[in-house]
Ligand binder design. Structure first.
Ligand SMILES: Cc1cc2nc3c(=O)[nH]c(=O)nc-3n(C[C@H](O)[C@H](O)[C@H](O)COP(=O)(O)OP(=O)(O)OC[C@H]3O[C@@H](n4cnc5c(N)ncnc54)[C@H](O)[C@@H]3O)c2cc1C
Length: 614
């Protein structure tokens, strides 16, 4: 049967008719909230999850960081609409479909944004908002259990950290591998050769810089630590129920009050939904909590009649609450496929990660220590060090681009016919980014350092373009939503990304610290220098997603196109909140998982106590 009780009810009994809270989506945020709400032993919660409950090794293996997302049974099968500014390329939209959601399949990089990234959220509401760095820091601390790296690796690799930015109570761990390639430390320190670059003492300190960061990994087991292991597996409570392989089809509304949720058995991968599937409806005595993630939360609202009237009418859905922001303001980080290489990493900085492939002695040792006690290079996921730099540090024309962004006719870069409130929200965001482009408090540039000859991921941390995630008008209920990144819709994105490529050139080719390393540019190539040439390169190579979909149910004032208020309550609907990456109004300059955990921890207090509590 598709119905499954929580771990304490292994007899497979079926869901009750009523719960205090019904949570849609057993992912990163959904399981965190469920755990906290059931802590009192009395409050009853049902989590409804599309995917399976799995112990598969692909989900828990740490080495390399990619085995979860490579296992298609745990991923949604969604492709974007063709991207007009990317030569009509179609982009794979990755999101986890399994208990634990995207935290079960992500690359385990444990990062938070800068203080200004979170202060920006509160500023949209005015001076008294608690959605600020100060207001979130206690929840970042609550969300993760930071276990420092071992003393040996701290000393030999020169890893720095500051425990004052971390907590130690959560069952979700921020751990560290027991090995680092000396080349990683050397590549990190090579950033000191470029003027203005700061080395930050800790990834959680809220400032841009080059720094070390931990891995979502339990340091005892050296396995992935995620929402399932932290907020489900060891929670033995009779009041916490989970039903898997179940697709929520609708939030049940009585007038404009959410009273429950309907769901059906999840269709098999690649199959459209089955209109004849048996429907189960459960009642939420207190609230329905939508936590289906950045791609699916707007879809669930829209199919339930909550969203932009134009979109709903086109899909034949009756509008119950006309809420123009649902599915708009779609954001993700952009991955720039420039490629650089170091031909000769010096002996003093070896071994490098390449040596693991080419040096038999090293690879044999690596296998042996892993087999013996789960140590060595196999305990590294995607790496633990990166540069997160502000725009003035990477670009000589930050003041000009800041002024250009402020002076834009912002609405011109949104889809035609966008609601005036959505346009007002976009303008507020762009004015905030204009100021960020000319200061040193927001990171725009990200280069992941992996201690090898090839360059790591190169990411634009604050794309300006905004996309949409709307139901498919031809078949809104039984197909995936239409995901449109609208990549490069705002032409300044290409200009900013061009400067990101130029700065990376400096690091590899014009840096006193790497001058003997044989730096070489593979792409775009030395002849690609002007803004126009770089824009052409981006149109054929940019990926508008690093799998951080956000913004589609934005926490913004209603008059700025918001979908939820500061308590994460959906405007115009009673007893319905959204708690997941979709409420993020503007992306932090960081991978999003840690931020989602912090939002969920804070949301749990807002739900339980009506106010933040830590
Ligand atoms: C491949 C990949 C790599 C990433 N790498 C990193 C990284 O290294 N570091 C980092 O910080 N972040 C990373 N992220 C991003 C991060 O994991 C996400 O931002 C975060 O987990 C999102 O949490 P969420 O609660 O919003 O959504 P999710 O965790 O995705 O949870 C949503 C849940 O809702 C379920 N659901 C959806 N629709 C329905 C429905 N109709 N009915 C029932 N259930 C439904 C889904 O199956 C899913 O379990 C990555 C993401 C991906 C996909």
């Amino acid at each position: 049967r598709h119905l499954r009780a929580s771990k304490v009810f292994l007899d497979g009994r079926q869901v009750q008719n009523e719960y205090d809270y019904v949570i849609i989506g057993g992912g990163t945020a959904g399981l965190t909230v469920a755990d906290r709400l059931t802590e009192d032993g009395r409050t009853t919660v049902l989590v409804i999850e599309y995917g399976v409950l799995s112990e598969a090794a692909s989900l828990t293996t740490v080495a390399g960081g990619f085995s979860g997302m490579s296992d298609s049974q745990f991923m949604y099968d969604i492709r974007s609409v063709p991207q007009v500014n990317l030569r009509n390329r179609v982009i794979s939209v990755l999101a986890g479909k399994v208990v634990g959601g995207s935290s079960a399949v992500n690359a385990m990089m444990t990062i938070r944004g800068t203080a200004e990234d979170y202060d920006r959220w509160g500023a949209f509401f005015g001076k008294n908002s608690h959605w600020t760095w100060e207001g979130l820091l206690p929840y970042f601390k609550k969300a993760l259990n930071f276990v420092p790296p071992n003393a040996d690796i701290t000393r030999t690799a020169n890893v720095t950290y500051d425990t004052s930015f971390w907590g130690n109570t959560s069952r979700v761990y921020a751990g560290w591998p027991s090995y680092q390639f000396p080349a990683t430390t050397a590549q990190m320190e090579a950033f000191k050769g470029l003027p203005g670059v700061e080395i930050a003492s800790d990834s959680g300190s809220g400032v841009p810089g080059v720094y070390w960061y931990p891995t979502f990994m339990d340091p005892k087991t050296v396995l992935r630590s995620f929402a399932k292991t932290g907020h489900y597996d060891n929670v033995k409570r009779a009041n916490y129920h989970l039903v898997t392989q179940s697709k929520v089809t609708k939030i049940v509304l009585d007038g404009t009050t959410a009273t429950g949720v309907s769901f059906v058995p999840a269709p098999a991968r690649g199959q459209p939904g089955n209109t004849a599937a048996p429907v189960t409806t459960v009642t939420a005595r207190k609230e329905v909590i939508l936590a289906a993630g950045g791609v699916h939360s707007p879809q669930v609202l829209q199919v339930s009649g909550i969203g932009p009237k134009k979109v709903l009418s086109a899909a034949g859905i009756d509008t119950i609450v006309d809420l123009p922001g649902v599915g708009q303001n779609f954001q993700d980080h952009g991955m720039i496929s420039a490629s650089f290489q170091f031909a000769r990493i010096p002996q003093s900085a070896r071994p490098s990660s390449d040596d693991l492939r080419t040096n038999r002695t090293l690879s044999t040792w690596s296998s042996q220590v892993w087999a013996a006690n789960r140590t060595g290079p196999n305990s590294i996921a995607t790496g633990n060090s990166a540069a997160w730099l502000s725009f003035p540090v990477i670009s000589p024309r930050s003041a000009k681009l800041s002024a250009d962004l402020a002076a834009q006719n912002h609405a011109a870069y949104l889809p035609t016919g966008s609601d005036p409130t959505v346009a007002a929200g976009y303008r507020a965001q762009m004015l905030s980014y204009a100021s960020a482009l000319s200061n040193n408090n927001t990171a725009f540039y990200n280069l992941v350092i992996q201690g090898g000859s090839a360059s790591g991921l190169l990411v634009d941390l604050h794309p300006l373009s905004r996309g949409t995630v709307n139901v498919n008008p031809a078949n809104p209920h039984n197909t995936e939503p239409q995901v449109d990144y609208r990549a490069l819709a705002n032409p300044l994105d290409a200009t900013i990304m061009g400067d990101i490529v130029r700065f990376t050139r400096k690091y590899y080719l014009d840096n006193p610290k790497t001058k003997d390393w044989g730096g070489r540019e593979v792409s775009p190539g030395a002849s690609v220098t002007t803004d126009e040439q770089l824009a052409t390169f981006l149109s054929s190579s940019l990926s508008p997603s690093v799998y951080h979909p956000a913004g589609t149910c934005a926490m913004m004032p209603l008059e700025l196109g918001g979908v939820v208020d500061e308590e994460l309550k959906v405007y115009g609907v009673k007893n319905l909140r959204v708690v997941d990456a979709s409420v993020i109004p503007t992306l932090p300059g960081a991978n999003t998982c840690q931020t989602v955990y912090a939002i969920a921890e804070k949301a749990a207090d807002l739900i339980r106590y009506g106010a933040p509590r830590v």
